[in-house]
Ligand binder design. Sequence first.
Ligand SMILES: [Zn+2]
Length: 345
Amino acid sequence: MPSTQVISGSQQQARSIRTDGCDLCQSRDAVVVAEGSSAASPLVICTQCRLIYSWPLLSAPALDNFYEDSFANDPGSLQRAGDAFPPDDDRRKEETIAEQWSIKIIKRFISPRGKKVLELRARTGALTTILQAEGAEVLGVEPFQANANYARQVRGLPIVFDLPFSRFHQFPLPPDGRVDLVNVLNHHVLAHVLSPRKLLERIFAVLAPGGFLFLDEKDVLHPVRHKKRSALDSGPAHQFQLTLHTTARYIRATGFELLECELDPHRSSDFCHIRIVARKPQEGEPSPGFSPRVDVAEGPSLQAIHRRLWWLENTWRIRLARVRVKKKTQRILGRLGFTYPLTRK
Ligand SMILES: [Zn+2]
């Protein structure tokens, strides 16, 4: 994990730099909020749209090497699974999310029957199987081979294809080239690719007018419990550190109509998760394509984001200690016949 720390946001010590351009708004002006380390590039915030991103970004070959040689945060990654399938426990968690969360969100907006669906991160194919059973024609893309092998060999889903994150925007298409629904609920993707803008532009291009995008992302300003110290903990895996507002700006800038965008009360991991439902405008409705003119009226200011990152970084040990005390109290109370908070069993 990177050993750098967020530069104090309370003392205006942020250093201004010029990058090659923000992926979201193309502005070259940014401030450095965390210096780089041997494990990760410096972290910057775009002064125009407030996107938090690593600068310089990794090259495509460097990103591929990182996922092959170092990345172990996915049960299907080479470092975790090797030549085997991902562990049963992780697969069952994926199935629970697919059955109890993802499919319910999708069916609130569109019936899968007869629809062409593209899944970006099919994982081991839990939701793919449900969508097929509901009558959809599905294509899936998965960057980790152990997951894709399980989907193909155990679940019998030959329509799941391997594609590294560095080329995720080059996903395959059904024969007539149009899809009705793109699902990115299985696991967050935008933070992992080299250009969320390119990926979203391609998704927009291949969706039929009126087609839906369902997308999950993590909000780095809202870590859950004690699991993460700060946005820096992801190292090179997350080239982009997204928030509720910058994710919404990406979706709107691509030309989508944003139907839902909120922190989902039923989905969290190391961070709170953002649930996005968006629609490509129907034929005849205004569809501007990608517009770098993003609305930044809502959401925290650059200084507030910087202060929040610094606060999360510097209060992590306190939060961790609080969780440990709570767990210990629960154990002691349990032995005495009480539950936590304090009530008799
Ligand atoms: Zn920007």
